[in-house]
Design a protein around this ligand. Structure first.
Ligand code: SIN
Length: 279
């Protein structure tokens, strides 16, 4: 395969910046295959200096699969699949603020998310990512065999039920609070459908327990796993500028939108790609 993309790693563990592609245009089959290979290998892909309308961002994402619509957050009127992720200068709640994997409360959580920076604060507002394959690999063989077969319980309740954290955002409009408490089950360790690598699959926003354990056992194990999963040694950091696009593999990473720019506005545009049932 001829190489057309220039790939520069973002940290020692995950993330890569790609150069040599204009995402406003459809990619050739060859470039798309390279992009996809880099995505599965590095889990977070950053492409800078893009100029994308919402339609072009959707068309880019559709090259990787069907788009999803967030069940609890209102999208754009013309394009329900597109979320404007906005934090106003006086907003106390920051959408995506806290380590999480997107929409694990769904039976088939998204394959990935594509975030495009429209308006960024003069300082701060970076997004952190943590590699959940690396987090799994770093566990002891005994802990790995203990986790084998365990099932996590996930729910949108903590964020989107009445009074949930995300319902308090001034800038984002949430919906369907009455069905947010629904629960779904996913393996605590999942296998990536493309790379075959195993990864930890619990997150602090949506994993509310572990099936079959007493409440205090489940809380203690989750506390350990959630802290273990996001250690600095598993992370990379994306600094945004208008026109930066990042696409992350939601099957491999957790992420955290920092809110360290009080008094400024941040506006990102997000679309998500449908995924499959974690196994
Ligand atoms: C998200 O969690 O999807 C938002 C991430 C960000 O705004 O950096």
């Amino acid at each position: 395969m001829t190489t057309t993309l220039d790939v520069t790693p973002l940290s020692g563990v995950l993330g890569a910046e790609l150069r040599g592609v204009d995402l406003a245009e459809p990619m050739s089959a060859e470039t798309l295959a390279e992009f996809r290979q880099a995505f599965v290998e590095h889990h977070v892909i950053v492409v800078r200096d893009q100029d994308l309308t919402a339609e072009q961002q959707m068309a880019f994402a559709r090259q990787f699969g069907e788009l999803d619509t967030h069940p609890f957050v209102e999208g754009q009127a013309a394009h329900p699949e597109v979320l404007d992720v906005i934090t106003e200068p006086d907003d106390r709640v920051n959408f995506g603020g806290g380590w999480h994997t997107d929409v694990t409360f769904l039976e088939e959580p998204d394959l990935g998310s594509v975030l495009y920076a429209v308006d960024v604060p003069p300082v701060g507002g970076d997004t952190l990512f943590a590699d959940q394959h690396a987090a799994y690999d770093a566990l002891s063989p005994t802990m790995k065999s203990m986790l084998d077969g365990l099932v996590g319980i996930h729910s949108a309740g903590p964020q989107y039920a009445p009074g949930g954290t995300s319902t308090k955002s001034k800038s984002m409009r949430t919906k369907n609070a009455d069905v947010a408490e629904r629960r779904v089950e996913h393996p605590v360790v999942r296998t990536h459908p493309e790379s075959g690598r195993r990864s930890l699959y619990v997150n602090g926003a949506f994993t509310i327990g572990i099936e079959g354990l007493h409440r205090d056992e489940s809380a203690a194990l989750l506390r350990f796993l959630l802290a273990h999963a996001v250690q600095e040694r598993f992370t990379c950091r994306v600094r945004w500028a208008p026109g930066t696009l990042a696409m992350w593999d939601n099957r491999s990473v957790q992420h955290y939108a920092l809110h360290d720019y009080g008094g400024h506005r941040r506006h990102m545009r997000r679309v998500t790609i449908k995924g499959d049932r974690p196994r």
